[in-house]
Design a protein around this ligand. Structure first.
Ligand code: FE2
Ligand code: FE2
Length: 196
């Protein structure tokens, strides 16, 4: 699939499911930003142009599968389709405008140094990760408690706050199982769908 195909798919999921007040302005901001061209990481998963949008689409599909598996065909009685789309498509808006195109020196097979393109992480708004996405999204539209929880804690045990000693994550997942399913969806997309 081409980079633009994922943008097309992202927009279809967005328009089909999200009608929240402010979501139109949010989409305008995404279009003005590098969201649709940014990579998903510097050198881990989907570190290429359009990787962030692709990752968001993959996470959405994994999330819907997990919701269906857990709650059945009528999973939207547990979590609305709008909430599922907001959580999955927008959980990583914290990565917008953070990746700068750059070059690094790498030795080729003959031991000769070559300049190769790469991405450098350069963050103008260091507000964290999941919490930063919640902060950005909340400036455009009101999030439900479930949406905010799932986006805020989508890194699970890899979250810097948890690594720093925060012990409340299990309470989050007990109270908001959807947040746990979403963390798993993010991992599945990263390690199963983007493992190439
Ligand atoms: Fe993330
Ligand atoms: Fe992610």
């Amino acid at each position: 699939m081409e980079e633009n195909d994922f943008k097309q798919e992202f927009l279809e999921i967005f328009y089909d499911n999200i009608e929240r007040d402010g979501s139109d302005k949010l989409l305008e901001w995404l279009e003005r930003s590098d969201f649709f061209t940014a990579p998903a990481s510097t050198n881990r998963h989907s570190s290429f142009k359009g990787g962030l949008c692709m990752h968001s689409v993959f996470v959405y599909k994994r999330f819907v599968k997990l919701l269906e598996n857990e709650y059945g065909k009528n999973w939207d009685k547990t979590l609305s389709k709008e909430s599922a789309a907001i959580i999955a498509l927008l959980h990583d808006v914290c990565k917008v405008d953070c990746y700068q195109e750059s070059f690094k020196n790498v030795k080729d097979d003959d031991g000769v140094w070559q300049k190769v393109p790469c991405y450098k992480f350069d963050e103008a708004l260091p507000y964290g990760h999941g919490e930063k996405s919640v902060y950005i999204l909340s400036s455009f539209m009101k999030l439900t408690r479930e949406e905010a929880m799932a986006i805020n804690w989508h890194m699970g045990n890899a979250d810097c706050r948890v690594k720093g000693g925060y012990w409340g994550l299990s309470a989050v997942f007990y109270a908001h199982p959807v947040a746990l399913l979403f963390h798993i969806a993010d991992m599945e997309a990263t390690y199963l769908d983007e493992n190439s």
